[in-house]
Design a protein around this ligand. Structure first.
Ligand code: B12
Length: 317
């Protein structure tokens, strides 16, 4: 009964956002009867989503909902829930539905859209949207409701969205051979034995948006390689992602190797991230500039912003 869903009536400014015009333009169109609208008891215009989409179609305007046909209203509601209520449950169930029905491109497009929205903190999109979706995928696989191939498809769809978001973070910035030296460098990847790297990709984008150049190592990377790339690139930050079944033992080994390779002439902060990393007690005699653990993206981002600004400031001073 979607036709009577009051959530699908847009305010003037919501319609303006969707059509990428100023709200006064929408008012002009509704006053002229070109765009059909109702008025609330208080006299505010309300425009039915379907009318806005037909209007856009008639004028050849591409809205962000166009790639999701025929799920525009579902996506609209999912995006509004995320923006207004910090609620990603509609996003997760939409993405699960598309996964089961075989529409992975829509999954990518939805996470790319959410990830590029200025109204949403990207760390929250990771912890509130991507992580719960992938957790649901893992649960469905364990309970035999999804095949392992479908879990791979879900991972790939999310990774593709993240790769595009990484490209967006670099838009307008010089390519690799001409990197601005003012940007501090970080090394990011997943620990040896950890084939999961969606969390590491989230961290890569968070850092890129916070002004870092990221040397991304991907999944299952030996700690010696984190050390070698840190040294070669003069990186000031090393971020290692852990997730089950990698254990405290893996974290300790990583810490030991990085400690062994550490040179005070090339100092860096070391961050371990992912579920369970906050249970590690790193001890007190660590050589790193600092050693921190963060179980989520949101817990990390404030620190990363502050650290990035300090590093950039030190370079330009
Ligand atoms: C996708 C997936 C895979 C994919 C990975 C694909 C890829 N390219 O990454 C594949 C198919 C390869 C895979 C393989 C396996 N998997 Co798996 N996998 C998952 C699944 C479904 C999702 C993981 C994911 O991507 N989550 C999304 C990201 C965004 O979440 P996240 O990693 O937690 O990251 C967030 C935070 O932790 C944090 N974070 C993470 N890293 C970092 C780093 C830093 C620096 C910071 C600051 C923050 C941070 O921020 C992120 C954003 O929110 C999980 C289910 C689950 N509940 O997580 C199982 C799961 C982790 N896998 C599991 C298992 C058992 C395996 C296998 C052993 C299966 C097998 N028998 O072969 C193998 C091998 C694993 C290995 N050696 O690493 C189990 C682990 C259970 C356990 N306690 O041991 C889980 C929990 C599934 C389950 N319910 O049983 N898996």
């Amino acid at each position: 009964m979607q036709a009577f869903n009051s959530e699908l009536f847009l305010t003037t400014s919501e319609a303006a956002d969707l059509l990428d015009v100023h709200p006064s333009t929408v008012k002009r169109w509704t006053d002229a009867g070109e765009l059909e609208s109702d008025k609330t008891d208080g006299g505010h215009r309300r425009i039915y989503l379907r009318e806005v989409l037909e209007f856009a179609n008639g004028r050849g305007v591409q809205t962000y909902l166009a790639p999701f046909t025929p799920f525009e209203s579902h996506v609209w509601l999912a995006v509004q829930d995320a923006i207004r209520h910090d609620d990603y449950s509609r996003t997760v169930s939409l993405a699960m539905g598309w996964l089961v029905r075989g529409y992975p491109r829509r999954i990518s497009a939805l996470f790319q859209d959410l990830g590029s929205r200025k109204e949403l903190a990207f760390a929250r999109v990771c912890d509130g949207g991507i992580q719960p979706f992938m957790e649901e995928v893992g649960m469905a696989w364990r309970e035999g409701r999804l095949r392992i191939g479908e879990e791979h498809i879900a991972s790939q769809a999310v990774l593709e969205a993240l790769v595009r978001l990484s490209d967006e973070a670099w838009a307008g910035i010089a390519p690799d051979d001409d990197l601005p030296t003012a940007r501090p460098a970080a090394v990011v990847g997943s620990m040896e034995g950890n084939r999961h790297h969606i969390g590491a990709m989230c961290v890569r984008i968070l850092l890129e948006r916070a002004g870092w150049t990221v040397h991304y190592l991907g999944a299952d990377t030996p700690p010696e390689e984190f050390a070698a790339i840190q040294r070669a690139r003069g990186a000031e930050l090393v971020c290692v992602s852990f997730s089950p079944p990698t254990s405290i033992g893996h974290m300790r080994r990583c810490l030991d190797v990085l400690r062994e390779f550490y040179r005070p002439a090339s100092p860096f902060d070391l961050v371990f991230g992912g579920a369970g990393t906050d249970e590690l007690d790193g001890g007190t005699d660590l050589p790193f500039r600092s050693f921190l653990t963060f179980p989520s993206a949101e817990s990390f981002i404030d620190w990363a912003h502050g650290r990035g600004q300090a590093a950039t400031g030190a370079r330009s001073a």
